[in-house]
Design a binder for this molecule. Structure first.
Ligand SMILES: Nc1ncnc2c1ncn2[C@@H]1O[C@H](COP(=O)(O)OP(=O)(O)OP(=O)(O)O)[C@@H](O)[C@H]1O
Length: 314
């Protein structure tokens, strides 16, 4: 499971350097346990990357580090080849969370005006499109909007900023299904047009299917899977067979479940398995559910440093 930097990125604004690169990244909150540890991964520019994991796995910590709202305890995280702490990196990043820190006493129009004044490359049309589709009145106060309507404003600010890296931490959680579908479509269209890189965390796995092309699976503060989504799916087989029919190949089963007389197993191999099995490539949801149901102990989750770093250290 490697990072497929060789796959061409989408859109005109895509560039050669990875959008996000974590090297030995770790975060321990004051007085707490490690929320993230020993993370090595790369997200090529222009990708839409799903950040998936159980509650408390470390997804928000990862996205907050990428937005550089908190500092890493160890290691580093680079944005387009630069430390995420530099003003240039910050200007290239927009971060939208469920909290949406907007001023409740400001109106919609005033909020957009602040976005325009703070961002030299402001794209009024992109921001307006998001607001207008939600039929929000320019004179409505932010504090009087619903959670979903505030999400729309936060996304309008992120798109107006013309960020090259969009960090979305479960941004759609409080949107109704129609608005979620519409805003997701809008985001993807903008991303495809401009080559924007998106890191999006979500617990709604079907929502990610057909949208993401890269995956980070975070488990207990470690990266369990990272890479190009097609390569990850191609590297697994979902087996179905009759219980007691045949032994599973040793050492490559991520998960094995028995229901009545039926056995299903997710294997970490790209080769269809011979024997009395139906062997198919898993869907994204099947893959993620199998991994989420079978957490590994932290000692087995340490990800090796990329070859380039190991060579540099030699
Ligand atoms: N400000 C903080 N202070 C101390 N511990 C924290 C803080 N924020 C997060 N943590 C801890 O860090 C770990 C990872 O939390 P994080 O919010 O990153 O997980 P998550 O994957 O986003 O979870 P969820 O899916 O529930 O939002 C958890 O054990 C959490 O309790």
């Amino acid at each position: 499971m490697t990072d497929a930097t060789s796959v061409p990125a989408r859109g005109a604004a895509a560039e050669d350097r990875p959008a996000v690169e974590a090297v030995g990244l770790g975060k321990r909150y004051r007085g707490g346990r490690w929320a993230l540890r020993d993370c090595h991964f790369t997200v090529p520019a222009g990708r839409i990357c799903g950040v998936v994991g159980a509650n408390g796995a470390g997804k928000s910590t990862l996205l907050t580090l990428a937005a550089r709202l908190i500092d890493p305890t160890e290691g580093e995280l680079r944005v387009f080849g630069e430390a995420s702490s530099t003003p240039r990196s910050r200007a290239r990043v927009a971060y939208v969370t469920q909290e949406k820190p907007l001023y409740p006493s400001f109106t919609v129009a005033e909020t957009l005006r602040i976005g325009r004044e703070l961002n030299p490359g402001w794209d009024e049309e992109a921001a307006r499109r998001v607001v207008d589709l939600g039929e929000l009145h320019p004179r409505s106060r932010i504090g009087a909007l619903s959670g979903g309507q505030r999400t729309r404003i936060a996304l309008a600010l992120a798109l107006g900023k013309r960020a090259e890296l969009l960090l979305l931490d479960e941004p759609m959680a409080d949107l109704d299904p129609l608005a979620r579908h519409e805003l997701m479509g809008l985001l993807m269209a903008e991303a495809a047009e401009r080559g924007t890189t998106i890191l999006v965390s979500s617990h709604i796995l079907p929502e990610l299917d057909g949208v993401i092309d890269h995956l980070l699976l975070v488990q207990a503060g470690r990266i369990r899977l990272a890479g190009d989504l097609e390569e990850i799916l191609d590297g697994h087989q979902l087996l179905t067979g009759v219980a007691g029919g045949a032994e599973l190949p040793a050492g490559i089963a991520v998960e094995r479940r028995v229901r009545g007389r039926q056995v299903t197993a997710l294997l970490h191999t790209g080769e269809p398995v011979d024997g009395p099995w139906e062997s198919v490539r898993p869907s994204l949801e099947e893959l993620l559910l199998a991994y989420l149901r079978t957490p590994l102990p932290p000692a087995q989750l340490a990800t090796p440093a990329p070859a380039t770093d190991r060579e540099a250290a030699a």
